[in-house]
Write a protein that binds this ligand. Sequence first.
Ligand SMILES: *Cc1c(COP(=O)(O)O)cnc(C)c1O
Length: 614
Amino acid sequence: MIRQAVIMAGGLGSRLKGRTDTMPKGFIELGGEAIVRSSIRKLISAGIEEIIIGTGHCSEWYEKLADEMHILTCVRNNEYADTGSMGTLLRCAENVTGDFLLLESDLIYDSVGLFALINEQRSNVILASGATASGDEVYLEADSDANLVRHSKNRNDLSGIYGELVGISKLTKKTLDAMVAHCNAHLGDEPRMEYETAMSAVSAAAEPGDKIGILKLDDYAWREIDDETHLAMAAEKVFPEIVCREASRAVRREVLLNPGPATTTDSVKYSQVCADICPREHEFGDVMEWISHELSLMAGKPDAVETVLFGGSGTAADEVMVSSCIPDGSKTLIIDNGAYGTRLSKIASVYKLDTEVWKSSGYLPLDVPALKEKIAGGGFTHLVMVYHETTTGLLNPVPELCRFAREHGVTTIVDAVSSFAAIDIDMDRDGIDFMASTSNKNIQGMAGIGFVFCRKEALEKTASYPMRNFYLNLWDQYQYFKKTHQTRFTPPVQSMYSLRQAIIETKVETIAGRYARYSACWDVLVKAVDELGLTMLVPREAQSKLITAIIEPDTPAYSFDTLHDFARAHAFTIYPGKLSDANTFRIANIGDIRPEEMKAFTVLMKEYFRGIGL
Ligand SMILES: *Cc1c(COP(=O)(O)O)cnc(C)c1O
């Protein structure tokens, strides 16, 4: 698995004077976006977890970018004016922990090149193209096994030309270390060494298994932007070509306005297309360990939370909690103010737990003082509740009630399936002991993985609890993974890769940023609802802003199915209501959707309702 990328961005860009006097080359824009931003976006989409940028000239531009995107780490080459790209790479080497991608900062390229490199069998391989006639080519000579022998800007120096260097490579840490050693050995005679020189030298001297291969994509669309001619050529020809090729691989867009599975990015969809692997391999265990570690960090402070993964939907995670976290002899209070609260109490009844159900309106806020009195005086050991009641969009006051419950020694179990990764949660701060969520809601991955977040001490206590079922047992699943680095049963392998990608993208957006985007979509929706004179079921102040239940107009002309089919024909999917005592339809605004798309949906919604005389 390739987790890191290094972008060498220390250079002065002196052949683009005027543009790069006070700005690094990577910030030159094409199509309204800095070329390095576009490169970073492609690396993130290709599943890179950390991007190390070797900076020098005008490094503050990159430092500012790193403040905005926590996936970036800047390493400054203070001697950038007197060293070459190898001097910059040398300083980044310490941060590299394994196989990585190495890129130049002044490239525009088709993202397919990253896919091809990542999927290459060889672990050291550089990308090459056919003839570009760019006027600044670095030619590559290869041996009979397509390994790099030497490179030159002068074709006459080489005994044959295999391809042109693109400036994107996949290398092992071992190769990087050898390049660094080569550079250090030649500091005196070649202080301005370029990284290709170190690569050629290392490849030539390497044992057969460590040589650097060349992957040649004949018709590859890319350009290095070193001077005004390159820039003009890129703007006129290469950039539009790249945009067109990438657009041809876009997946048909369907905007899901149902409350999960949510709309995913193309990169999340494509992340499932990867080499087959037996999930008992250590490498796959690493993927799952990373996933549960990163999820834990989203739910609480470092080391405070353990996240246990199960193959199954959100309800599986709910059933894990209810069946594994409440020992015999307990007394459990279950709050039911919607379909998901009802579901939790049904699960508890299947396991014949001693419960009392607190029934409350599906659209009015909970009576907090009365509930607190109940919790304090009812002799309860456990409290079970839903954070965001997806039935209606009602957001329950979990932090207030769970903190209170914990102060009274009550263990708290929360269904956060449709709130996690949108609402800011810290299990310690909010008094939550166990919490369930799933891969296909606000985290924006594919369906198939349920997860249970556990406060560490609370989890340890469950070790001695009775095993009421087999597949969904929390402690067994947890300790088996700890011991073996494997799940007990076959995990949904491809969904796991897409969850990994979804986590990377969530970290880039941040949970606060995600909620701000969701809220912006909600604002657009609510404006249209008001304009149409429709009524929302839940008072605004009590709404999650993640899903909205809208009361159906009282006219025989209205039909949910007609509205649904009309929206669906325009690639929007909406959802019927789920409440017995009110006729509603529901519009969720979670997933990879943008306010402009919600705007387009509201145009359709207005067209439909005006058509039936509203
Ligand atoms: C979606 C959801 C679930 C789980 O539903 P699945 O279909 O099992 O994924 C559970 N609780 C809430 C609050 C939900 O929104």
